[in-house]
Every structure is written in structure tokens, then in C-alpha cells.
Design a protein around this ligand. Sequence first.
Ligand code: ZN
Ligand code: ZN
Length: 407
Amino acid sequence: MYADKVIEQVIGWRRDIHAHPELSKHEERTASLVAGVLEGLGLEVRRNVGGNGVVGLLKGLRRGSHPPAPATPETRGDLGGSIKYKTVGLRADMDALPLNEDTGLPFASQTPGVMHACGHDAHTAMLLGTACVLAGMRDELKGNVKFIFQPAEELNPEGGAPGMIREGVLDDVEGMFALHVWPACETGKIAIRSGSVMAASDRIFLTVRGRSAHGSRPDQGVDAIVIAANVITGLQSIISRSVSPLDSAVVTIGTIHGGYRYNVIPDCVKLEGTVRTLNPSVQDRMPEMITRTARGIAEAMGGTCEVEYVRGYPPLVNDAELAGAAREAVKDSMEVIIPEQPDLTAEDFAFFARERPAVMAWLGCRAEGMPLEGAPMLHNTKFCPDEGCFAYGIEYFVRSALAFLNK
Ligand SMILES: [Zn+2]
Ligand SMILES: [Zn+2]
């Protein structure tokens, strides 16, 4: 496998990063380790891109056949005489979570309260390994490879990707590949879905206002609790009546606070919830539908409802053509699965995938023989991906990049 010569180094980097986890927006040490490795490989490196982001550009040398001859001003990207070559982006995330590690590993976190429980240490190490492999194959690359190490993946709704995009990281990138370690699958397997992969995750804050009165005289007040109850059921009928039954969406009200005393009609109730959607056009319609429904119900009952809608990460949609190419590229090296269903968790990579055709693969990381039942999942204080999966992750990155550039 492509990783054979670098795997020891990759495991070393991963353990080092794992022992020194850094929270979102504080990835200074990790970013400097990454930039140092990329510079050592002779790549063009940009540090502090959109915060602690690091970008390394590897320029391929096998340029004769791309873009297809004859190069004319009409050839894509051929402006002002200099030919622009195809560039593929490979992305990893670098931040950790505010958790107390409980793995008992010899290289466990040395920072109390901070842990790589989402596998971003593994993602970063695998992408560094990929950079080593591809840097050694410069002569065979018909284009450029951009290594994108992003900060703050765990910081929904802000995220680290938008800042990097604003700084032009994607300007020359035509397609992107990323992976996430996935403990539901065993090492040696990779799951690559076309279309929706992960959900948009938005937050809503509702404030219902009525008029207080004695519990025995509802006619003299406007009952904020009864309004809130109607708003909650009204929001559920958005899902059943206004969203296509073929699209998935969830509105969950997670908190409800209101009232002072058992016999007093309260004037204010506050609700908080999450909205999950898979289809970008459904996400776009949600703020208006929720606001109209909540306000309309409250007003019909003589009260008001203020709605604050905070958009988080957009839905993550895998490009069907690139997903097919990635599956084809890795099928001789590992077992490829096509998941039937997306996952309703959210991923900052969705911002990149909204701008360019992109693929997020789920890399099996559960040690062979470990039962699924009871295996620690992502964001668990005992989560620990099997190091055996790293070679497969590197294989996916290398083969996908080659398939993209050399097709
Ligand atoms: Zn996470
Ligand atoms: Zn993650």
C-alpha cells in the first residue's frame, strides 16, 4: 500500500497530536507541527489561514497532458498566457473537544479537560502521511494537490471552514476529498455515499409572550403556556405538512421554561430547539416556515412569539460523480460500502462541499473483532480509532487525488 513507507511516522504524529490536544481556535501547536512537515517536503505553505488553518500546495510535474492540447485562450483557466492546471483539495481538521480522556492509553491527553475524541488527530496525521506519499510522486502528478488543514471544526455554527474559504483557499481548487474515522465500520472498510451524507444543524430560540392573570380567570389574561403548547405542535406539522415526505427534516424542542406558580397564568415562555435538514433547499425554507407558524399561532391566540433562527453548518452533500470515482479508485485496496442512509450529525466540511464538488468518506476504524455493541463512538471519552485504519485512509486520499488529477 502507498502508506507502507510512512506509516510509522504517521502513527508517531498521531500519538504526539493526541497527547497534546487543542480546542477549536487554539490549534497553534498542531498547526505548527503540520506546517513544519509540509515545509520539510518542499511544499508552498501558508500559515494562519482563517485562524490556525494551514495550506500546503504540491505542484505536480507531469504537465504535458493537462490541459489537453492544443492550449488556446478558450482552454479552461488559460488566461493571459499562463496555463492553470487542475488542483485537487484534500482536507483534514485539527481541533479537539472539551472532554476528560478516559482511554488509559500511554499517549493519552496531557491536557486535562481536552481530548481528541472525534479522531481529528488521526485525520491530520493521515493527511500528513498522504502529503509525504504524493510529494514523492510529483513526477506522476498531472496537476496540483492542495493540503487543507482546517481549525475549529467542532465550533458549530461558526466553524473554521468559512474563514479559510474567505481567504481564497478554494480559488484554484476544482474538487475536494475528506474523510472521517467511523467506528460503526471495521478497519479495512470505507463507506462512501452519493448525495446527502450529513445534516444541517441549526438552532432556534422562541419567546412566547402573553398577559399574566389569576389562574382562575383565564379570560383576563393571555396564557403563554397554552400558546407555547400550540406552537410546539404547530412546528411538528411543518415537518408533516410543509416538507416533502421524501425529504428528511427534524424539529426538536429541547427546552421549555415558563411560569411562576401553580395558580398564575404566565406571561412568558421560552423555548429552545434544534432543526436538522438534509436538503439545502429545505434548510433555506425552515427559518421562514418556523417564524410564520410560531408567530401566526401566537397572534391568533392574542399573544406574540419572537423567533431567533441561528443557521449552523449546511447539509453535507457528496458529489455523485466524485463519490463514484473515489469508490472506483479504492475498490481494489479495501472493502467499499455504500451506506443506505445519511447521518444526522453535522460537519464543517459542508461549507467546502457547497462551493466545490466534494466527497466525505467514512473510514472504518473499529478494530477487527471488536463488537459494535459497546464500542466507544465519536465524542466518547473512551473513543480511540484503530491505528490499523490509517493506511487505508492514506490509500483513499492518494488514490482519489490521482484519479481526480490523472483522469
Ligand atoms: Zn466531532
Ligand atoms: Zn469530527
